[in-house]
Ligand binder design. Sequence first.
Ligand SMILES: [Mg+2]
Ligand SMILES: [Zn+2]
Length: 172
Amino acid sequence: MNRAIFLDRDGVINNNSHAYYIYKVEDLLLNEGIIEALQILSRAGFLLIVVSNQSGIARGFYSKDDCDLINNEIKKILADYHITITEIYYCPHHPDTGNCLCRKPESLLFEKAMARFQIDPDQSWMIGDQERDLIAARRAGLQTIGIKPNEDIRGYVRKIAGISLNRDFRES
Ligand SMILES: [Mg+2]
Ligand SMILES: [Zn+2]
Protein backbone atom coordinates (compact mmCIF):
# COMPACT_ATOMS: atom_id res chain seq x y z
CA MET A 1 0.00 0.00 0.00
CA ASN A 2 1.10 3.54 -0.71
CA ARG A 3 0.72 6.63 1.36
CA ALA A 4 -0.33 9.88 -0.22
CA ILE A 5 -0.89 13.52 0.45
CA PHE A 6 -3.97 14.84 -1.27
CA LEU A 7 -3.92 18.54 -1.94
CA ASP A 8 -6.51 21.03 -2.98
CA ARG A 9 -5.18 23.21 -5.81
CA ASP A 10 -6.45 26.81 -5.59
CA GLY A 11 -5.61 28.27 -2.18
CA VAL A 12 -3.23 25.45 -1.26
CA ILE A 13 -0.74 24.96 -4.10
CA ASN A 14 -1.32 28.24 -5.90
CA ASN A 15 -2.46 31.59 -4.64
CA ASN A 16 -6.08 32.57 -5.33
CA SER A 17 -6.26 35.81 -3.38
CA HIS A 18 -6.10 37.89 -6.58
CA ALA A 19 -8.68 35.96 -8.66
CA TYR A 20 -11.54 33.63 -7.72
CA TYR A 21 -11.03 31.44 -10.80
CA ILE A 22 -7.48 30.72 -11.87
CA TYR A 23 -7.44 29.79 -15.57
CA LYS A 24 -4.87 32.06 -17.16
CA VAL A 25 -1.21 31.14 -16.89
CA GLU A 26 -0.37 34.75 -16.03
CA ASP A 27 -2.59 34.45 -12.93
CA LEU A 28 -0.69 31.39 -11.71
CA LEU A 29 1.39 32.13 -8.64
CA LEU A 30 2.58 29.34 -6.36
CA ASN A 31 2.12 29.81 -2.64
CA GLU A 32 4.99 30.64 -0.32
CA GLY A 33 6.75 27.50 0.88
CA ILE A 34 4.86 25.06 -1.35
CA ILE A 35 7.91 23.85 -3.26
CA GLU A 36 9.86 23.00 -0.12
CA ALA A 37 6.74 21.46 1.42
CA LEU A 38 6.22 19.14 -1.56
CA GLN A 39 9.91 18.23 -1.58
CA ILE A 40 9.69 17.20 2.09
CA LEU A 41 6.62 15.05 1.36
CA SER A 42 8.20 13.47 -1.72
CA ARG A 43 11.32 12.56 0.20
CA ALA A 44 9.17 11.07 2.96
CA GLY A 45 7.71 8.72 0.36
CA PHE A 46 4.26 10.21 -0.18
CA LEU A 47 2.49 10.24 -3.52
CA LEU A 48 1.18 13.74 -4.26
CA ILE A 49 -2.36 13.88 -5.65
CA VAL A 50 -4.40 16.98 -6.38
CA VAL A 51 -8.20 17.01 -6.11
CA SER A 52 -9.81 20.25 -7.27
CA ASN A 53 -13.29 21.65 -7.86
CA GLN A 54 -13.35 23.57 -11.15
CA SER A 55 -16.96 24.64 -11.48
CA GLY A 56 -15.90 27.57 -13.67
CA ILE A 57 -15.91 25.01 -16.51
CA ALA A 58 -19.60 24.12 -16.11
CA ARG A 59 -20.38 27.80 -15.67
CA GLY A 60 -18.68 28.61 -18.97
CA PHE A 61 -15.99 30.89 -17.56
CA TYR A 62 -13.20 28.75 -18.99
CA SER A 63 -12.70 25.43 -20.75
CA LYS A 64 -11.24 22.07 -19.77
CA ASP A 65 -8.29 22.95 -21.98
CA ASP A 66 -7.70 26.12 -19.95
CA CYS A 67 -7.80 24.04 -16.78
CA ASP A 68 -5.43 21.43 -18.24
CA LEU A 69 -3.05 24.19 -19.27
CA ILE A 70 -2.82 25.48 -15.70
CA ASN A 71 -2.47 21.94 -14.34
CA ASN A 72 0.32 21.18 -16.79
CA GLU A 73 2.07 24.43 -15.95
CA ILE A 74 1.98 23.55 -12.24
CA LYS A 75 3.40 20.09 -13.01
CA LYS A 76 6.11 21.61 -15.19
CA ILE A 77 7.21 24.16 -12.57
CA LEU A 78 7.31 21.48 -9.88
CA ALA A 79 9.19 19.05 -12.14
CA ASP A 80 12.00 21.60 -12.30
CA TYR A 81 12.34 21.00 -8.55
CA HIS A 82 12.19 17.21 -8.98
CA ILE A 83 8.67 17.03 -7.60
CA THR A 84 6.29 14.62 -9.31
CA ILE A 85 2.55 15.12 -9.04
CA THR A 86 1.09 11.63 -9.44
CA GLU A 87 -2.26 12.85 -10.73
CA ILE A 88 -4.47 15.92 -10.82
CA TYR A 89 -8.17 15.13 -10.56
CA TYR A 90 -10.78 17.80 -11.00
CA CYS A 91 -14.54 18.11 -11.08
CA PRO A 92 -15.74 20.30 -13.99
CA HIS A 93 -19.37 20.38 -12.82
CA HIS A 94 -21.51 22.87 -10.96
CA PRO A 95 -24.61 22.15 -8.85
CA ASP A 96 -26.65 24.54 -11.04
CA THR A 97 -26.11 22.30 -14.07
CA GLY A 98 -26.73 18.97 -12.34
CA ASN A 99 -25.46 16.96 -9.45
CA CYS A 100 -22.37 14.84 -9.67
CA LEU A 101 -20.44 12.62 -7.31
CA CYS A 102 -17.04 14.15 -8.00
CA ARG A 103 -17.46 17.68 -6.66
CA LYS A 104 -16.14 18.04 -3.12
CA PRO A 105 -17.66 17.54 -0.51
CA GLU A 106 -18.43 14.33 -2.43
CA SER A 107 -15.58 11.86 -2.25
CA LEU A 108 -15.59 10.01 -5.59
CA LEU A 109 -12.31 11.47 -6.87
CA PHE A 110 -10.56 10.48 -3.65
CA GLU A 111 -11.94 6.96 -3.89
CA LYS A 112 -10.85 6.68 -7.53
CA ALA A 113 -7.32 7.74 -6.66
CA MET A 114 -7.16 5.46 -3.64
CA ALA A 115 -8.16 2.43 -5.71
CA ARG A 116 -5.92 3.27 -8.66
CA PHE A 117 -2.79 3.96 -6.63
CA GLN A 118 -3.44 1.52 -3.75
CA ILE A 119 -3.45 4.19 -1.09
CA ASP A 120 -3.76 3.40 2.59
CA PRO A 121 -6.03 6.10 4.06
CA ASP A 122 -4.65 5.56 7.55
CA GLN A 123 -1.25 6.75 6.34
CA SER A 124 -2.58 9.55 4.12
CA TRP A 125 -3.80 13.10 4.54
CA MET A 126 -5.77 15.76 2.70
CA ILE A 127 -4.65 19.38 2.95
CA GLY A 128 -7.42 21.83 2.06
CA ASP A 129 -8.44 25.42 2.66
CA GLN A 130 -12.22 24.87 2.53
CA GLU A 131 -14.44 22.82 4.80
CA ARG A 132 -15.77 20.87 1.78
CA ASP A 133 -12.21 19.64 1.05
CA LEU A 134 -12.01 18.15 4.51
CA ILE A 135 -15.53 16.70 4.50
CA ALA A 136 -14.83 14.92 1.20
CA ALA A 137 -11.55 13.53 2.48
CA ARG A 138 -13.09 12.31 5.74
CA ARG A 139 -15.78 10.51 3.76
CA ALA A 140 -12.96 8.64 2.02
CA GLY A 141 -11.39 7.79 5.38
CA LEU A 142 -8.43 10.15 5.07
CA GLN A 143 -6.87 12.24 7.78
CA THR A 144 -7.22 15.98 7.22
CA ILE A 145 -5.40 19.24 7.72
CA GLY A 146 -7.39 22.44 7.31
CA ILE A 147 -5.42 25.56 6.48
CA LYS A 148 -6.22 29.22 5.89
CA PRO A 149 -6.38 30.09 2.17
CA ASN A 150 -2.85 30.46 0.77
CA GLU A 151 -1.17 29.61 4.06
CA ASP A 152 2.42 28.36 4.06
CA ILE A 153 2.06 24.60 4.73
CA ARG A 154 5.68 23.80 5.60
CA GLY A 155 4.96 23.55 9.34
CA TYR A 156 2.15 21.01 8.86
CA VAL A 157 4.14 19.03 6.38
CA ARG A 158 7.16 18.67 8.65
CA LYS A 159 4.83 17.21 11.28
CA ILE A 160 3.33 14.73 8.80
CA ALA A 161 6.79 13.68 7.61
CA GLY A 162 7.89 13.26 11.23
CA ILE A 163 4.88 11.08 12.08
CA SER A 164 5.58 8.89 9.05
CA LEU A 165 9.26 8.50 9.90
CA ASN A 166 8.35 7.46 13.45
CA ARG A 167 5.88 4.94 12.09
CA ASP A 168 8.51 3.45 9.75
CA PHE A 169 10.93 3.29 12.67
CA ARG A 170 8.43 1.42 14.83
CA GLU A 171 7.48 -0.97 12.06
CA SER A 172 11.03 -1.83 11.00
MG1 LIG B 1 -9.22 25.82 -2.31
ZN1 LIG C 1 -18.27 16.63 -10.72
